[in-house]
Design a protein around this ligand. Structure first.
Ligand code: HBI
Length: 98
């Protein structure tokens, strides 16, 4: 089981992740990215995917044309899944890839 972030930890983390929103129903964070075209969007997804596979921690995401919507949560955190440090680490990688 992975440690789930508490309210204070989550708030402190979100303050350092501008553009990311908290999803209380999923205990997850999400952000939407827009690129100039599909090639740029897919290149971004490829960079993220390679990091995610290496870290064994994967985003939930949706892509249409130049848009990529990402939601991060940890299936192994808490009772039903929730936000963990792994999601914050992946969010930092995603920001670097964007
Ligand atoms: N990705 N987002 C997310 N959450 C997980 O708990 C998770 C994952 N990718 C792989 C993974 N866990 C593995 O540790 C196994 O559960 C397959």
């Amino acid at each position: 089981m992975v440690a789930q972030l508490n309210d204070d930890e989550r708030k402190a983390a979100l303050a350092k992740l501008p553009g990311w929103q908290y999803d209380g129903e999923r205990d997850a964070i999400s952000r939407s990215f827009k690129f100039s075209d599909f090639t740029e969007a897919f290149a971004f997804m490829t960079r993220v995917a390679l990091h995610a596979e290496k870290a064994d921690h994967h985003p939930e995401w949706f892509n249409v044309f130049n848009r990529v919507d990402i939601l991060l949560t940890t299936h192994d955190a808490g009772e039903n899944g929730g936000l963990s440090q792994r999601d914050l680490d992946l969010a930092a990688v995603i920001e670097a890839c964007a």
